[in-house]
Unconditional design. Structure first.
Length: 394
């Protein structure tokens, strides 16, 4: 197996980690700046060591916010508990109003992260706790006035921003799940429409063999055994294909494959884009594989070329390589589509669509894999592997 770019998705993982590290570094700097600012303001207005309690409590909540990915639920609950304790201490020990700016930002991050990732009931509980802490800041105000205290306004604003961020994330996640389900339903309906083709293909072979057997029984009865063996073989192939395809239809989360007489050479001739170089195993014009294998390869190539035309306008060439790896237990088909477009910042965020999701579901349902990601030095690669049925080994 060619492992030149495998696994292709690793650069995406590295990029996501890099974004997270950058975001957390910026957040830590903001926390430190707000803690220093609030300590200075408290020292300037209250004097003495009044800033120490608020700074320590704020630093603890900020630390929990930075560690939120280790457990969003417990981090949010712990942060709210620290904030509630700080509010009570400020109320009964005559300390400066809490939560301060750094703690308010930390609570906003914790609440937003929890609302974004947790189930609805747990997210609602965390949001309610954040609102209670924000309103509890009214208890720490030491001067009466008709207007809403600034500390309360600050905390309510932070709470609202966190909840809005979390809810928007939940909405986007629901939309992604809805689109993914729609892709799966589309694939299943497509298989249901085209299942007739593969059934007709195998049944036609059985009928022809049976007709030949009727002729042979009258004219050449000694050759009847070969005709019966052909009928048995065709029937076994039909049953195996039907089990694979109908099994996919019954999978609640599975995807399906499309069937038909498509040819890669015709697809590449119709492609309106960069030059495409096609390499087939052993120089075959078209591989003689089962219909579900040939058409799955066809659709992977079609989806990859569509992505090239949409997202890689500066690519000069596209290499489509189909290879077969021979093994003792089962042969494997590998198809890779790679372009040479120049590297573009954050290109991988725009190249992952629902078409690739459908391809991945289809391949995994057939026991294969799909990897897609940027190549070293520029360009994009889509690589799919698909095992051949045991009876179809070449």
């Amino acid at each position: 197996m060619n492992v030149r770019d495998r696994p292709a998705a690793r650069p995406d993982v590295v990029a996501v980690r890099g974004v997270r590290v950058t975001a957390d570094t910026g957040l830590a700097a903001a926390f430190a700046g707000l803690l220093a600012f609030w300590a200075y303001r408290i020292s300037d207005s209250w004097g003495g060591g009044y800033w120490q309690f608020g700074c320590a409590a704020g630093a603890l909540v900020c630390g929990l916010a930075l560690a939120r990915r280790r457990g969003r639920a417990w981090a949010a609950v712990a942060g709210l508990a620290v904030a509630a304790a700080a509010v009570l201490a400020s109320r009964f020990a005559e300390l400066p109003a809490e939560p301060g700016p750094a703690m308010a930002l930390g609570l906003s991050v914790l609440v937003g992260s929890a609302v974004r990732a947790l189930p609805v009931l747990a997210a609602g509980a965390v949001a309610a706790g954040g609102l209670a802490v924000a309103l509890g800041s009214l208890l720490t105000v030491h001067s009466a006035g008709s207007a809403v205290p600034s500390v309360t306004t600050l905390n309510l604003g932070g709470w609202l921003a966190g909840v809005a961020f979390g809810v928007s994330g939940q909405v986007l996640a629901v939309r992604r799940r809805t689109m993914a389900d729609a892709v799966r339903r589309h694939e299943r309906l497509q298989l249901a429409r085209e299942l007739h083709d593969v059934v007709a293909h195998h049944i036609t072979g059985i009928v022809l063999q049976a007709q030949a057997g009727q002729v042979l029984v009258r004219k050449q009865p000694d050759r009847l055994g070969g005709a019966l063996s052909g009928i048995e073989s065709a029937g076994s192939d039909a049953l195996a294909a039907m089990r694979r395809l109908v099994g996919l239809l019954r999978e609640a989360e599975g995807a399906t494959l499309a069937l038909g007489p498509e040819r890669l050479s015709d697809l590449i001739e119709r492609f309106d884009g960069p030059e495409v170089r096609l390499r087939l195993p052993d120089g075959d014009n078209e591989p003689a594989w089962p219909p579900e294998v040939t058409t799955t390869v066809y659709r992977v190539v079609r989806e990859a070329l569509t992505n090239v035309s949409r997202h890689a306008p500066h690519a000069r060439t596209v290499d489509v390589t189909v290879t077969v790896t021979v093994a003792l237990d089962r042969d494997t088909v590998t198809v890779e589509v790679a372009d040479d477009a120049p590297p573009v910042a954050a290109r991988h965020h725009h190249r992952r669509g629902y078409g690739l999701l459908g391809m991945r579901e289809r391949l995994e349902a057939l026991g294969g894999t799909l990897d897609a990601g940027p190549r070293q030095g520029g360009g994009w690669s889509v690589r799919a592997t698909l095992p051949l049925p045991a009876r179809e080994r070449r």
